[in-house]
Design a protein. Structure first.
Length: 364
């Protein structure tokens, strides 16, 4: 099979090279050739074309993002952005950086200037950040990840619906009970993610399973809905269903909680768990190992988010939301709204997470 007939084709391959460069700043020809299943010559040609267009700088064995010191190609004139879009996310450290990377990449390609602000998970703080952007008078639209649970979250969503500019929610949706009709969104199908987790464990022969989810996370109820549906449909027995925020607990309190959890797993004969998110999965795994458990023989673990799950020992099977793609699609939905106006039908997009099997799950 020729390189051009491989699964990753020319333009798509070069787009993925640019994505890798935006993420890491540099790429190696050998690594890309292995990942894309093409020859190194093909990758060098791709890099050469990107360099000729002034997008990258060729270096020995690979490429970097365009350097200001690179004078081999005259940079193209940068035109003024078509639109300025504000983006407010509740964290700039965990989960959200990948969403932002995808949004920035898409915005650059379509001539949109992204104005990023980091907030907290508090509805009042999010509203302050959004208000500041709106009152600046220079924003054409908003991409936001607002609090959407409880009275404060519902009030924030209702306020967003009433703003005089388009709003696209990212990794958030509105409850049907609010009957909000103009807010658009792009989100991972976390409900299906929960179903996939239970299905994977059932395929391995597990029958007594449990779930530990992050307390107050907007993702938790969606995961639990899909998980519970799969548990019922696949004939599994759910031995425990817990919410916790282990990161917020003091050391002794956290140790007591995880110890009680492991005792309950032993007593109920639970052989597998879905744990959201990665840090909680790692904490449970480490405490089990400290107690002398053999993993995954004594307990199979699936994490949700796949930010650091691969660093577990053993590496943790995880469901990975397509974070960069979610950010990219949010910009695309916003651009379509700004370009086509109010006559365009409201769009609400769901993207499926990917299961990455690793050493932490095994057949019973």
């Amino acid at each position: 099979m020729s390189d051009d007939a491989k699964p990753v084709f020319g333009i798509a391959r070069r787009e993925r090279i640019m994505d890798e460069l935006r993420l890491h700043g540099a790429v190696r020809v050998a690594d890309l050739a292995r990942e894309f299943e093409v020859s190194e010559l093909t990758i060098r040609r791709d890099i050469g074309e990107l360099a000729d267009r002034g997008l990258v700088t060729r270096v020995h064995g690979g490429a970097t993002l365009r350097s200001r010191l690179d004078t081999t190609v005259t940079p193209r004139a940068v035109s003024a952005p078509r639109y300025r879009v504000g983006m407010v996310v509740p964290s700039l450290s965990y989960y959200w950086p990948q969403v932002v990377i995808g949004a920035r990449a898409a915005a650059t390609e379509v001539g949109v200037q992204l104005v990023l602000r980091g907030a907290s998970y508090e509805a009042a703080d999010q509203r302050r950040q959004i208000t500041s952007l709106v009152e600046s008078g220079s924003i054409h639209g908003l991409i936001v990840a607002p609090e959407n649970l409880g009275p404060d979250g519902h009030a924030l969503l209702t306020w967003l619906e009433q703003l005089p500019l388009p709003v696209v929610l990212v990794e958030r949706r509105t409850p049907s009970s609010l009957a909000l009709t103009s807010l658009e969104w792009v989100t991972t199908d976390h409900v299906f993610g929960g179903y996939l987790a239970a299905s994977h464990l059932a395929t391995l022969g597990h029958r007594s399973v449990g779930i530990l989810a992050s307390a107050q996370s907007p993702t938790s109820w969606q995961l639990r809905r899909g998980w519970s549906q799969a548990v019922a449909e696949l004939g599994l027995t759910q031995t425990l269903d817990l919410n916790a925020s282990l990161d917020d607990m003091e050391g002794p309190e956290r140790a007591d909680f995880v110890g009680a959890l492991l005792d309950q797993l032993r007593e109920t004969g639970t052989s597998a768990m879905l744990i959201h998110s990665d840090p909680q999965a790692l904490l449970v795994q480490q405490n089990a190992l400290d107690r002398g458990w053999a993993l995954p023989e004594d307990l199979s673990i699936i994490a949700y988010d796949d930010e650091v799950a691969e660093n577990g020992s053993p590496s943790i099977t995880a469901l990975r939301p397509p974070k960069q793609h979610v950010g990219r699609r949010a910009v695309e939905v916003m651009l379509a709204r700004l370009t086509e106006g109010a006559g365009r039908p409201v769009e609400r997009v769901q993207v499926v997470p990917t299961l990455h099997p690793r050493e932490s799950t095994a057949a019973v």
